[in-house]
Design a protein around this ligand. Structure first.
Ligand code: TYD
Length: 207
């Protein structure tokens, strides 16, 4: 049985922590699981990640940004995600195409139809079975992220950018409630992890 679970969220939402916690639960059950992070998890992804997040000395055009995230994505799918799903493994992804709709669409203001077209080319139409969105107030999320000196290109965006990103996520969640699981990120880590596990179990074959 293959299963594709995506974690999305604004900065500091706790999604990466929860993605790792979910992976540990699958491992405990002896289920084959792969956890990947976007952009990253391949050589192309890591190179894009350095450019996109850490080259604060260059101005990256929003369309270039859209294409770079999707270049990293198509490579990740070809190299890791597709092969894992083909072997009936569970794939947990920390960010995916929905990040592009939220950040480059709602955040940067690129046309959502253009983004959907590019996302579609990169993903070949591969969509997650379930999208988990730990939701948090953006000020609170950013305050979990440390000092401005260590912040990356996205964390340095102004507060209205982050508010639009959150708004985008919540709108996508409302549009497709069967696919999205929105969860209050101010609950304890343990509680969030338990609620996610309850939800995910519905996607596993009953034994
Ligand atoms: P990362 O350090 O992975 O952030 P986080 O720990 O919050 O996931 O950095 C990824 C950054 O890239 C994050 O700020 C969101 C942004 N991003 C986009 O703008 N568009 C995208 O398509 C993706 C995948 C990420």
């Amino acid at each position: 049985m293959s299963l594709f679970i995506l974690f999305e969220g604004v900065e500091g939402s706790g999604k990466s922590t929860q993605a790792k916690a979910l992976k540990r639960r699958f491992v405990k059950l002896g289920l084959p699981v792969v956890l990947v992070k976007e952009p990253g998890s391949t050589a192309v992804g890591s190179a894009s990640r350095r450019l996109l997040k850490h080259r604060l000395d260059i101005r990256i055009d929003p369309v270039t940004e859209l294409l770079l995230f999707n270049a990293a994505r198509s490579q990740l799918i070809a190299e890791v995600i597709r092969p894992a799903l083909d072997k009936d493994q569970i794939v947990i992804c920390d960010r995916y195409a929905e990040s592009t709709l939220a950040y480059q669409g709602y955040g940067r203001g690129l046309d959502p139809n253009t983004i959907r077209t590019i996302n579609e080319i990169a993903t070949g139409g591969l969509r997650p079975d379930l999208i988990i969105l730990p939701d948090i107030d953006v000020e609170e999320g950013l305050s979990r992220k440390g000092t401005a000196a260590t912040n990356d290109r996205f964390e340095r965006e102004d507060i209205s950018f982050h508010r639009r990103v959150r708004q985008g996520y919540l709108e996508m969640g409302r549009e497709e409630p069967d696919r999205w699981f929105v969860i209050d990120s101010t609950l304890t880590k343990r509680k969030i992890s338990d609620l996610i596990w309850q939800k995910v179990q519905r996607y596993l074959p009953q034994t």
